[in-house]
Design a protein around this ligand. Structure first.
Ligand code: FAD
Length: 334
């Protein structure tokens, strides 16, 4: 183990109103894989105030140890205090690895923690693999505008820190009888340089990462097409997604962009409608189950990533499919 590291793999866990965020549960599942391959301990670090309830759920999801870091100043996310609490604990325990989600909080906090711990950090990883021999985490991410995938390692410094995109793993129930360690950090309001003025809920809180069905449209769908895509998603009980082009056109909200600079989804069914298949988009659904692509160009690269490819014009395809589904569902309900 390098630099006296403890062999612990940490996952920083985010929670809202006592509910653990889906991104953190995915990260716990990925952290479990990494810890098992390295024969190490998986620990969750949870900051807050009167938040004991989340510890049991983390243990049910396979965490060996929960560091429950409690202080009234940690009730809401505040970057200076959160950074101090996490890095002080890390200086004490010396974990081998710290994983954050590529969420607003994770992206804000991880580089600051890395700076305080004088180590490196890899942002927006799409996957993590393990080099058992060298006890390294291979941090896989896209680079050069999404045209290549690269493997980043932190060979000498510890801990190895990464932010990881949504969709990296599926949360699992795997109770191994973990323990809870309560931590009371020494924090002071004088540490606070950024003040919280108001909390505003995100406009569109669609749970794309948890959806079984995602119906995504691209530039080829057009504004008219997105009206039908919303209806199709509704009939299939799914969520609507889009490419960056569709987002830029204003046909779908920024929160629903799938891909390298958007969200990573892993539904059972992904429908790519009027989407060319650029790598920056494809990385956003590479863990989906069945992929159905519809494009009027038989040479479109999206067909290389689809299980079922339909060469058709969406202007004909979408109304016909919706019509059939409405008939089918209407008949079932009647
Ligand atoms: C750093 C960087 C990050 C990026 N991040 C993302 C990201 O997160 N997500 C993302 O999506 N993109 C991202 N992009 C952009 C990406 O490179 C592509 O430009 C984008 O995905 C293309 O979107 P599109 O498929 O909707 O449009 P287009 O490439 O224009 O494709 C439209 C497709 O629709 C088909 N079509 C047209 N009309 C019809 C019709 N009537 N019926 C059926 N098919 C039709 C066409 O044949 C074509 O294949 C990023 C780019 C960069 C450089």
């Amino acid at each position: 183990m390098a630099d006296g590291a403890s062999g612990e793999c940490w996952v920083f866990v985010e929670h809202v109103d006592g509910r653990i965020r889906r991104a953190s549960l995915e990260l716990v599942a990925k952290g479990r894989e990494v810890a098992d391959e390295l024969a190490g301990t998986l620990s969750a670090v949870v900051l807050g105030w009167k938040h004991e309830g989340v510890a049991g759920e983390l243990i049910r999801h396979g965490v060996d140890r929960v560091y429950l870091v409690e202080h009234h100043l940690l009730k809401d996310y505040q970057v200076d205090l959160y950074c101090k609490a996490v890095s002080d604990l890390a200086l004490d325990v010396k974990p081998d690895i710290i994983l954050f989600s590529s969420t607003f909080v994770g992206r804000d906090l991880a580089p600051r923690v890395a700076k305080r711990l004088k180590t490196g950090m890899t942002a927006d990883c799409l996957d993590l693999q393990v080099d058992k021999e060298r006890r390294l985490v291979k941090q896989i991410k896209s680079s050069l505008g999404g045209n290549i995938m690269v493997e980043v390692v932190t060979p000498r410094h510890r801990p190895q820190i990464a932010t990881v995109k949504l969709g990296v793993a599926v949360p699992t129930v795997d109770d191994r009888g973990g323990i809870i360690v309560k931590v009371h950090p020494s924090l002071d309001e004088k540490c606070v340089m950024v003040h919280l003025i108001e909390k505003i809920r995100e406009r569109d809180e669609a749970d794309l990462e948890g959806a079984d069905v995602v119906v995504a449209g691209g530039r080829g769908a057009g504004e008219w097409g997105f009206k039908l895509i919303r209806r199709l998603a509704e009939l299939l009980g799914g969520e609507v997604g889009g490419t960056r082009m569709a987002v830029d056109e204003g046909w779908v909200s920024r929160e629903r962009q799938i891909g390298q600079s958007g969200r990573v989804v892993s539904p059972k069914l992904y429908m790519a409608l009027g989407i060319s298949g650029a790598l920056q988009h494809v990385v956003g659904f590479s863990k989906a189950g069945l992929v159905i692509a519809v494009n009027r160009d038989p040479e479109a690269p999206i067909f290389e990533h689809a299980d079922i490819g339909v060469v058709a014009d969406l202007k004909e395809f979408l109304p016909a499919l919706i019509n059939e589904l409405e008939k089918e569902l209407g008949a079932k309900r009647a």
